[in-house]
Design a protein around this ligand. Sequence first.
Ligand SMILES: C[C@@](CO)(OP(=O)(O)O)[C@H](O)COP(=O)(O)OP(=O)(O)OC[C@H]1O[C@@H](n2ccc(N)nc2=O)[C@H](O)[C@@H]1O
Ligand SMILES: Nc1ncnc2c1ncn2[C@@H]1O[C@H](COP(=O)(O)OP(=O)(O)O)[C@@H](O)[C@H]1O
Length: 298
Amino acid sequence: MTAVTVRVPAKVNVQLAVGPARPDGFHDLANVFLAVGLYDEVTATPADSLRITCSGPDADKVPLDRTNLAARAAELLAARFGLVPDVHLHIAKDIPVAGGMAGGSADGAAALVACDALWGTGASRAELLDICAELGSDVPFSLVGGAALGTGRGEKLTPLEVGGTFHWVFAAADGGLSTPAVYREFDRLTPGASAPSASPALLAALRSGDPFELAPVLTNDLQSAALSLRPSLADPLAVGMAAGALASLVSGSGPTTAFLAEDKPSARKLADALTASGTCRSARVASSPAPGATVVSG
Ligand SMILES: C[C@@](CO)(OP(=O)(O)O)[C@H](O)COP(=O)(O)OP(=O)(O)OC[C@H]1O[C@@H](n2ccc(N)nc2=O)[C@H](O)[C@@H]1O
Ligand SMILES: Nc1ncnc2c1ncn2[C@@H]1O[C@H](COP(=O)(O)OP(=O)(O)O)[C@@H](O)[C@H]1O
């Protein structure tokens, strides 16, 4: 095989319930992930050494060294199967970088699937999920996609049923937000956070597929922390509501903001209003759920 390309989705957290900091520095979560149809593609080709390249509007913000999650994925898979990770991984990036949409996690999961296919390692699903969890808390979800409840630090997944298609707008912001910094701000703002649990109303709304049922139960415990670090995020959130969003929230640790729309035409109108408002860098329409990391060629 000469090249394998894997397509992998972004995510939005439709519920992000955060507990107190654990002794290991992580937070226990009830993290309801929904994969959305904004995609990166990772192409693996044989090479003399491990090399990362990246294209796309945000490419200059992506590290091309061994800290890139795609590179780490190749190294971990190779180590497990006694191989040398000589591979060129090209990332065609469309997911906002450091935007709270798990773009780096997506590339880690995609690189893992691509290298597994290129090298013929034949890793089991359980082995792949194990490596994903080692790469980062959000990486297992990027592998499976769809919708899932993540517990522990978000890496222990239970698949969830989604009864229909939800239409979203995602407004990218200038500059990223550091995930550890947002969790630290959450700790400062929320002394005595209680143990997180999934909301039955939220799970029922996902099953219903009805955006009017989902809108009032969307929650993100990191939103106040993201707004505290970046108060200007209140502007796109307000513009989106005024322009007819059923709900608006910060995506994960931000600073991307997410808007739930009634249907696709409403989402397009909402995206136009957000773009025209000048309160965001760009606004994109996407629907959910979306499949996890999938080989698309090779
Ligand atoms: C907040 C969330 C919501 O899905 O994602 P983003 O919105 O940033 O994409 C995740 O919890 C981010 O997951 P991920 O980005 O994979 O985090 P990791 O690499 O595992 O950890 C990075 C750092 O985030 C903090 N962290 C992460 C997960 C967790 N449950 N508790 C934490 O406190 C820790 O400071 C950790 O050192
Ligand atoms: N493949 C990758 N794509 C983007 N960022 C990456 C990647 N690998 C490592 N990173 C690092 O991870 C940080 C967080 O990026 P990202 O995963 O896009 O955001 P978030 O954690 O908010 O979802 C980036 O600032 C970058 O330093």
